[in-house]
Design a protein around this ligand. Structure first.
Ligand code: BTN
Length: 329
C-alpha cells in the first residue's frame, strides 16, 4: 500500500475509523496505525481520537491528473505529450530533464520535492501537498539565442495564469521572481541541455507557494507570501491547486510552443508593466561585484537596463540578484 492511498482517504479532513480505512485500503487496523505513523515523515499532522478514528488536520487539496486535464484549454492540451503527477520526487526539473520521451510537452507535478532546487544553488522548500512544484520541457532549435528573454516571459505567463484564477496584485522582480506586496510568492528555474547553438532541450520549473505552513516557512530565508494570503486579501476563494496548475499550463505551454517564432518582443511590454522596481534605485550584485543605478526596464532580449551617471548599461544572465537600495527584497 502506498502512503498516497491513505492520504487520499484522509484528505477530506473528516474522521475515519481504523476499520473503515482498513476496509477501503485492504489492510488490517494494525497496518493502518503503522501507516499513520509514517505520515509524520511528510510533516502531515494526523489527529487520533478514541472512538472516532483518524483525521488529517485541515484536510488536503491533492493534485489530480483528471481534474488538471479537464481544465486544460485546447491549445495547452495539444502541447502535452506526457503529464506525470508524482507523490514525491527529488526535483520535478531533474525528473523532466531525465524523461526520455519526445522533446516537447513533458509535464511533471509533484506533491513533494525532497531536493527542490532554486536559482543560484538555493534549496526550494517543497513540503507535501501544500504548494505547486511544476516542470515542463520543450525542444528548441537555434540554441541559447532563441531562448533570450524566455525566463522573463515565463514570469509574465505566471502572472496571467494567476489573474485567470481571479488573483491580483503581482509584480515581477528581474528576471522572474513573482512578488506580492514585496514578498516572494513564486520562482522560476530554467535549465537547458543539449547543443548551445543547435538543438537544445529546455526545462521550465515553477515553484508557487499556495498554502505554506509556518513550520515549513521557517526554512525560507527571504520574505515570502502564499496564495492563501493573496486570496484572502483579494477577497476571493483560494482556487484549488488543480485549477491553478491547469491555468499555469494553459499559459506556459503555448508560450513555449510559440517562443522561437515570436521571441521576447511579444512579451516585453507586459513585463515592463509588471516591473516591480522601474524607476527605483537598485543594487545589482553578481558574486563579489555590485553596481548601482536606476532600474529602467529591460531591452528586447530581456537584459536589465540600469541608468548610472547619465549612462544606460545593460545586464543579462540569470545569476544576478537585485536589491532595492535601503530595502530588503
Ligand atoms: C527560484 O529560486 O526562484 C526558482 C525556484 C524554482 C523552484 C521550482 S519547483 C519546481 C522545479 N523543480 C525544482 O527543483 N525547482 C523548480
Amino acid at each position: 500500500m502506498r502512503s498516497t492511498d491513505l492520504i487520499r482517504c484522509l484528505s477530506d479532513g473528516e474522521f475515519h475509523s481504523g476499520a473503515e480505512i482498513g476496509l477501503a485500503l485492504g489492510i488490517s487496523r494494525a497496518a493502518v496505525w503503522k501507516q499513520i505513523q509514517k505520515l509524520a515523515a511528510l510533516e502531515l499532522s494526523v489527529e487520533s481520537v478514541k472512538g472516532r478514528g483518524y483525521r488529517l488536520t485541515g484536510g488536503l487539496d491533492l493534485l489530480d491528473k483528471l481534474s488538471i486535464d479537464a481544465a486544460l484549454n485546447q491549445a495547452a492540451r495539444s502541447c502535452v505529450s506526457r503529464l506525470d503527477i508524482l507523490s514525491s520526487v527529488d526535483s520535478t526539473n531533474s525528473y523532466v530533464m531525465e524523461c526520455d520521451s519526445a522533446d516537447g510537452g513533458n509535464v511533471c507535478l509533484a506533491e513533494q520535492q525532497t531536493a527542490g532546487r532554486g536559482r543560484r544553488g538555493r534549496t526550494w522548500v517543497s513540503p507535501f501537498g501544500k504548494n505547486l512544484y511544476l516542470s515542463c520541457s520543450w525542444g528548441f532549435e537555434g540554441g541559447a539565442a532563441v531562448l533570450e528573454g524566455l525566463s522573463l516571459a515565463v514570469g509574465v505567463a505566471l502572472v496571467r495564469a494567476l489573474e485567470a484564477c481571479s488573483l491580483s496584485g503581482f509584480v515581477l522582480k528581474w528576471p522572474n521572481d513573482l512578488l506580492w506586496c514585496g514578498r516572494k510568492v513564486a520562482g522560476v528555474l530554467l535549465e537547458v541541455s543539449g547543443d548551445a547553438s543547435g538543438h537544445c532541450r529546455l526545462v521550465a520549473g515553477l515553484g508557487l507557494n499556495v498554502s505554506m505552513s509556518s513550520r515549513d516557512a521557517d526554512q525560507i530565508t527571504q520574505p515570502w507570501v502564499d496564495l492563501r494570503e493573496v486570496a484572502l486579501s483579494n477577497n476571493v476563494p483560494l482556487p484549488s491547486r488543480n485549477e491553478i496548475a491547469a491555468e499555469v499550463l494553459n499559459q506556459l505551454l503555448p508560450l513555449l510552443r510559440d517562443y522561437s517564432e515570436k521571441g521576447f518582443s511579444a512579451w516585453r511590454d507586459d513585463w515592463m508593466l509588471l516591473d516591480a522596481y522601474r524607476g527605483r534605485e537598485v543594487r545589482l550584485t553578481s558574486g563579489a561585484q555590485s553596481v548601482t543605478g536606476i532600474a529602467s526596464g529591460v531591452d528586447n532580449g530581456g537584459a536589465l537596463l540600469l541608468e548610472h551617471a547619465g549612462k544606460m548599461k545593460k545586464f543579462s544572465g540569470g545569476e544576478l540578484s537585485m536589491r532595492l537600495l535601503g530595502g530588503s527584497t
